[in-house]
Design a protein around this ligand. Structure first.
Ligand code: BJW
Ligand code: ZN
Length: 249
């Protein structure tokens, strides 16, 4: 159990690190969107207990039953479309404005960081509001809710799929390359609201730390990386992140 005065000390330490940092990288996961009403994947209330989504978020599932997979993503689009950024998204957008070099790596596919005003965002797992043609690879934004089945590409007639990264698929190589470059160069990294089980994102905090960054984790509960990182702050992102970045820093 962390003593309250230690929490305050840790917050003061991270604020000081943020003040000194020249290059800041943030990695976010589902926990950052939880307070907006987006279900997380794992843990208490995690969506994947109910929907067996591990069976749906794979290329094999889409090949076998594209209609079922589209039903799942249409359901998620319906849940997501009225939701708004929360205090954590807004604080990160404000932090970006103050930093000379700032990159936000997100595993989230909901687009809420951009809705809050974040600009330098690398979406590691894609975006649920974009579709990609399985025939010609063309990508397009498509905000219809629901997308009528079967969705076809205007260019080649091929079947469209959500432009997200499923298990067993590689992350976009350009995105990954830029992500690793920023991790190598940063001096401070915040890892917020991710359980740290899905690779390669899970290892990114350690990668930055091995390249000299001071790494801070913010999560409701400890993760496999909490002890390895420089600071672990336990609590809600919507409360802690604004405390870390509030001005004057
Ligand atoms: C709060 C909070 C609050 C809640 N405040 N905190 C090496 C070893 C073993 C396996 C692999 C490996 N390398 C690759 C793999 C395979 C696989 C993998 O990692 N599997 C593991 C499960 C073992 N990885 C892949 O397949 C990746 N591809 C790849 O690596 O290609 C090369 C390769 C392939 C195969 C073999 C080897 C190499 C692709 C991964 C794609 C992940 N896709 C998903 C679905 C996206 C589309 C969709 O949403 O439908 O992405 S899976 C799902 O998990 C989603 C998320 O982005 C991702 C991470 O979840 P996240 O964000 O961490 O959420 P949760 O729910 O897990 O955690 C929430 C956290 O928030 C919790 O800790 C809470 O406590 C906290 N929290 N409220 C603060 N208010
Ligand atoms: Zn096409």
């Amino acid at each position: 159990m962390t003593r309250p005065e230690q929490v305050a000390e840790n917050i003061a330490l991270v604020r000081e690190k943020l003040r000194q940092a020249r290059r800041v990288v943030v990695l976010t996961g589902a926990g950052v969107s939880a307070e907006s009403g987006v279900p997380t994947f794992r843990g208490a209330g995690g969506m994947w207990r109910t929907y067996r989504a591990t069976d749906l978020a794979t290329p094999e599932a889409f090949t076998k039953n594209p209609q079922l997979v589209w039903e799942f993503y249409n359901y998620r689009r319906e849940v997501l479309h009225p939701l708004q950024p929360n205090a954590a998204h807004k604080a990160l957008a404000a932090l970006e404005k103050r930093c000379q070099h700032f990159v936000l790596l997100t595993q989230n596919i909901d687009g809420l960081h951009q809705a809050a005003g974040s600009r330098a965002v690398l979406e590691l797992h894609g975006n649920i509001w974009w579709v990609r043609c399985t025939g010609c690879g063309l990508k397009a934004e498509d905000r219809r809710v629901p997308i009528p089945f079967p969705p076809h590409c205007d260019a080649c007639g091929g079947m469209l799929r959500p432009d997200v990264v499923w298990f067993g698929e590689s992350l976009d190589s350009g995105v990954l390359h830029r992500a690793y470059t920023t991790l190598e160069e940063c001096d401070l990294m915040l890892v917020i609201g991710t359980s740290g089980v899905v690779q390669p994102a899970a290892s990114m905090g350690l990668y930055a730390q091995q390249h000299g960054a001071f790494v801070v984790e913010i999560n409701l509960e400890p993760t496999p990386y909490s002890r390895a990182f420089d600071v672990s702050l336990l609590g809600k992102a919507g409360k802690l992140v604004p405390q870390l970045v509030k001005e004057p820093i």
